[in-house]
Design a binder for this molecule. Structure first.
Ligand code: SAM
Ligand code: F3S
Length: 445
């Protein structure tokens, strides 16, 4: 049997795209190789969001060049956002690449691979109008046995000044709700306790009369589903209906990733995010007012063109004001083809790095304090990973990571765990003595 090896950079959507490529290759008679050295086909799924992420493609192909010389039968495929953004230039810079596909053309990988095996030339498919959902859900080779990703919408209709995604993934396209529900039902039947719905602006989802809150209600009612998550939400599409769905649907987890990007109105306007700082804070208030105990995480870009110290301070203040459970801090990276690319990238890399470190340090201290207050409480943990010999890890409904002693049999099971220690990024716990009797006196997180 021929073998394939996949390397994935970037977001969960890329992970899900790679899972689709893996499944399609398996249906085409390939099996998975443990290492690139054993593979007949290596597929690199790329991310173009920041320059450093994009450069990883060329480093990865550089490493494979020697392998290809030793094994002339090896074929190399490149997919994802760098393929779409750089197009044929990828082949000029990395001539070892045989197959090049955009994020919407992944279903074509097996066919293109068959053709490059027959004809000695590279194959390209970058048609952004293609239907990226054209992969049967039964063909997806999920990488986790616990959390299954389901892409419900592709592309993005926003025009954030810094972002390449609308160029790489094209305009918004939503999958029919009935297809999503059918896929979730089949995942539950295959034993997945948790589903995460994916979209670049997932809460902008619409299929006829079904908005995102409506989709959540439909998916929530799939019998046997234990936990339902979704990402990424855009603040501009948070509605009272979404807040009510989070409050009313017990299997929808009380956690939202809500990128803010900056706490300065001047920067937000230049970024074309479509909201002010005050509107973001009001959106959070609406959510917390209705949902109560809701965990929020966010993305922030520092060092955006023209970001003065006062703008950066405004972001620091916002982080204090909102109180995020987790924060992803990125140094601004100019991306060709975006509107911000025309602005002068005026902050020295060193200053960007300083701001990243200051904000991260601040956030870590806040997380440490918040997590320390959880010691002594109990949490419902869905075990999703083996963390080491005799140790497992899982997530609480609020998406907090908990490590504790346990065996692989716990994988996929939800257990009550007593929190015994806390770090800034995760909690440590143990199965309580009374866990078998179900008695509990400590507060449940
Ligand atoms: N809606 C998307 C999602 O699924 O998260 C956002 C796109 S991007 C994959 C994720 C994050 O990368 C953004 O929220 C933003 O903070 C960051 N990002 C995007 N473009 C960037 C750039 N040019 N420089 C630095 N960070 C960037
Ligand atoms: Fe990018 Fe803004 Fe869309 S960050 S994915 S253009 S919402």
């Amino acid at each position: 049997m021929p073998k394939f090896f996949l390397q994935t950079f970037g977001c969960q959507m890329n992970v899900n795209d790679s899972e689709k490529v893996a499944g399609l290759l398996m249906a085409d008679g390939y099996e998975r190789a443990a290492r690139a050295e054993e593979a007949d086909f290596v597929f690199i799924n790329t991310c173009a969001v920041r320059e450093k992420a994009a450069e990883k493609l060329y480093h990865a192909v550089g490493r494979l060049k020697g392998l290809k010389r030793r094994r002339p039968g090896l074929r190399i495929g490149v997919g994802g956002c760098v393929a779409q953004l750089h197009g044929a230039a990828v082949l000029r810079r990395a001539p070892a690449v045989d197959v090049l596909v955009g994020p919407r053309n992944l279903a074509r990988v097996p066919a293109l691979l068959r053709r490059v095996r027959a004809e000695p030339r590279s194959m390209i498919d970058l048609d952004r109008r293609a239907d990226s959902f054209d992969v049967p859900s039964s063909a997806v080779a999920h990488s986790s046995p616990v959390r299954a990703y389901v892409t419900v919408m592709e592309g993005c209709n926003h025009v954030c000044s810094f972002c390449v995604v609308p160029r790489t993934r094209g305009p918004e396209a939503c999958r029919p709700a009935r297809h999503v529900v059918a896929e979730v039902a089949s995942l539950v039947a295959r034993g997945f306790p948790e589903v995460m719905l994916l979209g670049q602006t997932v809460n902008a989802y619409r299929d006829g009369d079904v908005d995102f809150a409506g989709l959540l209600r439909l998916v929530h009612d799939v019998p046997g589903l234990e936990r339902l998550r979704f990402t990424t939400s855009h603040p501009g599409h948070v509605t009272p209906r979404l807040a009510d769905a989070l409050r009313d649907l017990p299997r929808v987890c009380p956690y939202l990733h809500l990128p803010v990007q900056s706490g300065s109105d001047r920067i937000l306007a230049s970024m074309r995010r479509g909201y002010t700082r005050r509107q973001y804070v009001e959106t959070v208030a609406l959510l917390r007012g209705r949902v109560g105990d809701l965990a929020l995480s966010s993305d922030v870009i520092v060092g955006y063109p023209g970001e003065a110290e006062a703008d950066f301070q405004a972001t620091m203040d916002l982080v204090d004001e909102v109180g995020f459970e987790g924060l992803f801090v990125f140094a601004y990276s100019p991306r060709p083809g975006t509107t911000a690319f025309r602005l002068r990238d005026d902050l020295p890399e060193e200053e960007k790095r300083r701001r990243v470190a200051v904000l991260n340090g601040h956030q870590q201290r806040l997380q440490q304090r918040r997590n320390a207050a959880r010691v002594g409480s109990r949490a419902q943990v869905l075990v999703d990973a083996i963390a080491g010999p005799g140790r497992v890890a899982g997530r609480t409904p609020h998406f907090r990571i908990v490590h504790f002693a346990g065996s692989g049999e716990l994988l996929g099971r939800t257990v009550e765990v007593e929190i015994t220690a806390a770090g800034p990024n995760s909690l440590t716990g143990r199965l309580p003595i009374d866990s078998l009797t179900g008695a509990s006196s400590a507060p449940i997180l």
